[in-house]
Design a protein around this ligand. Sequence first.
Ligand SMILES: NC(=O)c1ccc[n+]([C@@H]2O[C@H](COP(=O)([O-])OP(=O)(O)OC[C@H]3O[C@@H](n4cnc5c(N)ncnc54)[C@H](OP(=O)(O)O)[C@@H]3O)[C@@H](O)[C@H]2O)c1
Length: 213
Amino acid sequence: MKIGIIGAGNIGGTAAKLFVKAGHEIAIANSRGAETLKDLIAELGENARAVSIEEAVKLGEVVFISIPFGKYKTLPADAFDGKIVIDSNNYYPDRDSSFAELDDNKTTSSEMLAEHLRGAKIVKGFNTIWFEHLKTQGNTELSADERRAIFIAGDDAEAKKTVARLIEEIGFAAVDTGDLRDGGLTQQPDTAIYNRNLTGSEAEAILGSEGGY
Ligand SMILES: NC(=O)c1ccc[n+]([C@@H]2O[C@H](COP(=O)([O-])OP(=O)(O)OC[C@H]3O[C@@H](n4cnc5c(N)ncnc54)[C@H](OP(=O)(O)O)[C@@H]3O)[C@@H](O)[C@H]2O)c1
């Protein structure tokens, strides 16, 4: 599959390596331009190229977004029409500056992204796992029950299936927390499943008993 990645830092760069290893083709972009990604591309090999943000969106059947949430409005909204988007962003006011609608719990960061990228099918995912764990804890040798869970939330069932497949191909278990609003709320910073090394059944026990957040 062709995957566009926007954001080439801790999470975007790590996801790129895992997706290439799983046999996918990567087009990756950052804010400073393709020429600044030479070292990463050399490491990723021939199935990866550095491109502009617009090209990463255009080339990706799936677009993986991993940038500081506060920059989401800089994404070229029209280019995302019909795309499956993985939203790995988190809202951290100290880094992103304050958004009153988030601080008042009127909405969530993923819903704000979805509002901006209106034509896209947003799946919140990969946002609860620290990049060092993403790098090392996937294991395709393990059964689904033994693997660490990566959580997904979204309103489009087919898009979630596609993202779940990608998660399984890199050695994790995909756990669906629900729709973008309520599922997304269970996946935010400081929730019961955030940054915790859980298998799918351990996660489901927590989500069932604690409602997740
Ligand atoms: N770090 C983690 O373990 C972790 C885990 C889960 C989720 N997250 C979330 O994932 C997101 C990325 O975190 P990170 O730790 O990977 O950050 P990071 O290492 O600082 O990397 C951020 C990347 O985003 C790019 N970027 C910044 N503004 C951009 C824009 N307007 N358009 C396109 N690209 C832009 C940066 O490019 P330049 O360098 O060229 O500016 C950089 O490649 C955040 O929302 C974070 O909360 C992080």
